[in-house]
Design a binder for this molecule. Structure first.
Ligand code: OSB
Ligand code: MG
Length: 376
């Protein structure tokens, strides 16, 4: 395929309620929507770089820069036989996984549509429904957290992940376990602890958590291996896995027993699939993380989670969990049994509502092959 027009759209979505983690408080979420057009097909992708460099070093401005100055010029107007051809064209660009993943997602959508395949189908998905899950931010008190969990369980979610941070950890898990002894419960620390906190993690073992996500350094793999050897609960890496190589290191070192795959964090669906396949070969379960995506990114996560080794529920919740307004139709909604249907239509399988998208747009820029932008 040949894409003669690529558009970047910086969006800002207002969260229904502030999302509090060990990294800070988020009241709105800024991402970049990538639109590619060629041969009568439109593909959509979402780059999950945020407004702040607190989860990842990437931000909307850094992703915009890498996309507009390097990634887009390398693929614009080129004949691409597959998504792999695009990756080859920008293989010189190091890092900047979220920038890359936004463009790659749009290309996957376009290639899937051109072959009349769903995104799930072209990626090798096998599930018609995926298991949803919800990630809950830090609350004022354990009592408020219990009420939040109760609400999500009523909506149908069966797997709950709560954010923890020093001072908001043991007693919250203890209080939740008293009310919900059998709940499929996870905790995510977003790198808020060090090995000095090993005793806390040993104590958490009594609560039968299914996993503890990224307790230590945001780029660390080695120290997680030291912690994992001292506790029973499975560790899961998020922030420190950017590639298949990081995944191999984490598993070979014994740093974790589960991997969170976010397509944005690993550069796109291609690398996500490599990580998925490697983990399957090592009997390591994976699940799909979330970045408070709009429906465009959410559609990608749902499709990815339909691959066979995504055996744990993802941080994939209904569109209305974070936002009152959605930019795709239909919105994503969980079923009463806590599952979510995988769209069956071509590509992402949902339509982008252009007037909704416009309402959320901060700025946009069009890149056309006719402008004569040359490759890198
Ligand atoms: O650590 O998984 C995380 C959101 C933003 C950045 C990092 C994380 C998260 C979430 C939210 O946990 C998941 C979601 O609801 O999309
Ligand atoms: Mg996480």
């Amino acid at each position: 395929m040949r894409f003669d027009r690529i558009e970047l759209i910086h969006i800002k979505m207002i969260l229904r309620a502030p999302f509090v983690t060990s990294m800070g408080v988020e009241s709105d979420e800024e991402h970049i929507i990538v639109r590619v057009d060629g041969e009568g097909v439109t593909g959509w992708g979402e780059s999950v770089a945020e407004g702040t460099p607190f989860y990842s070093y990437e931000t909307v401005p850094t992703a915009w820069h890498i996309l507009s100055d390097f990634l887009i010029p390398s693929v614009l107007g080129k004949d691409l036989k597959s998504v792999a051809d695009a990756l080859e064209l920008y293989s010189k660009v190091r890092g900047h996984m979220m920038a890359k993943a936004g463009l790659e997602a749009a290309l996957w959508d376009a290639f899937a549509k051109s072959q009349n395949l769903s995104l799930s189908g072209i990626l090798g998905g096998v599930r018609k429904k995926i298991d949803a899950g919800v990630s809950i931010g830090i609350q004022e008190s354990a009592e408020v957290m219990i009420r939040k969990v109760e609400g999500y369980l009523k909506e149908g979610y069966r797997r709950i992940k709560i954010k923890i941070a020093p001072g908001n950890d043991f007693h919250v898990v203890e209080a939740l376990r008293k009310v919900y002894p059998d709940l499929q419960l996870w905790v995510d620390a977003n790198s808020a602890y060090t090995l000095k906190d090993t005793d806390l993690f040993k104590k958490l073992d009594i609560f039968g958590l299914e996993l503890i996500e990224q307790p230590l350094g945001y780029n660390d793999i080695y120290e997680h291996s030291k912690l994992q050897k001292q506790i029973k609960t499975a560790l899961c890496l998020d922030e420190s896995v950017h590639s298949l190589a990081d995944t191999c290191a984490g598993i070979e070192l014994g740093s974790c027993r589960i991997i969170n795959i976010k397509p944005g964090r690993v550069g796109g669906f291609t690398e996500a699939k490599l990580i998925h396949d490697y983990c399957a070969s090592k009997d390591v379960p994976v699940w799909c993380g979330g970045m408070l995506e709009s429906g465009i990114g959410r559609a990608g996560n749902v499709a990815l989670a339909s691959l066979p080794n995504f055996t744990l529920p993802g941080d994939i919740s209904s569109s209305n969990r974070h936002y009152l307004e959605e930019i795709v139709e239909p919105a994503f909604l969980i079923n009463s049994d806590g599952t979510m249907n995988v769209p069956v239509g071509p590509g992402i399988g949902v339509e982008v509502n252009l007037s909704q998208l416009k309402k959320m747009t901060v700025r946009s820029e069009v890149f056309s092959a006719s402008q004569g932008i040359s490759g890198i």
